[in-house]
Ligand binder design. Structure first.
Ligand code: F6R
Length: 246
């Protein structure tokens, strides 16, 4: 695991975007695994800027996102599909027929998850998976306690995650209670993994996830066993790791 220290959120975003753009330049038909949430927004903005300058070409890139709320349609403003359009896909020359998220409107959970696993497999796997880190160590919607062996599956969101996501909805009752997410096994199958983390409220979990014991109680801790992980974190997020960083 390689930890890159960034000064602040903007620096973290630029450094993460550099890694993603290197992937696209080295392999123009790569498969990117993408994340939503607040943390990657700056990196997406930077990628859009480089695309506009003519430095990046998304025309042959395919994408698979980590997760989607069960029950939300693609045009629901809170759906992750909508988020991806708003923050990236609508602003670059990506072929949208090659951008995938779990189908939130497929209410047959087993079918939705099997279909998504089949899509990822048919693409030959993920070249670079981008991840954010939840306050409780979740990655995707894999909450503490989840089995490491899972592929895409349907999850019940924890109260803490519902509260954390409430900021995007009108009220707590509007936050969907279930989501489809890539499992830990799916995430760990990616060739490379890039984790972005920012802010002092993540400092404790950064220490636990990347320097603590590997345990399902902290889902992100499994990343310590992947052989190609880069964590780009800002100083605030690394504040509890001072003695552990080389
Ligand atoms: C998003 C996702 C989540 C977030 C995590 C951190 O697709 O799967 O695991 O990455 O909740 O969210 P932020 O970045 O909003 O702190």
């Amino acid at each position: 695991m390689h930890i890159v220290k960034a000064k602040d959120y903007n620096d973290m975003s630029r450094k993460a975007a550099n890694i993603i753009s290197a992937q696209i330049i080295m392999k123009p038909d790569c498969v990117l695994g993408l994340a939503t949430g607040s943390t990657p927004i700056g990196a997406y903005k930077q990628l859009v800027e480089w695309y506009r300058k003519g430095d990046l070409d998304f025309s042959r890139v395919s994408t698979v996102n980590l997760d989607e709320y069960r029950g939300l349609s693609r045009d629901d403003e809170q759906s992750y599909y909508y988020f991806m359009n708003e923050n990236l896909f609508d602003h670059v020359n990506i072929d949208k027929s090659r951008t995938f998220l779990p189908d939130g409107m497929e209410l047959d959970s087993e079918k939705a998850c099997e279909d998504y696993n089949a899509i990822i497999q048919s693409m030959g796997g993920v070249d670079l998976q981008l991840l954010g880190l939840g306050h409780n160590g979740h990655i995707g919607f894999n909450e503490p306690g989840i089995a490491f062996e899972k592929q895409t599956h349907c999850v019940n969101l924890t109260e803490r995650t519902i509260k954390a996501n409430m900021r995007f909805f009108l009220s707590e009752k509007d936050v969907p209670r279930q989501a489809y997410t890539m499992g830990i096994k799916t995430i760990m199958s990616a060739h490379k993994i890039l984790v972005v983390v920012s802010g002092e409220e993540k400092a404790q979990i950064v220490r636990e996830a990347f320097f603590g014991p590997i345990t399902p109680a902290v889902p992100a801790s499994i990343l310590q066993l992947h052989n190609d992980v880069v964590v780009v974190a800002d100083e605030a997020a690394l504040a509890e790791c001072g003695d552990l960083l080389g």
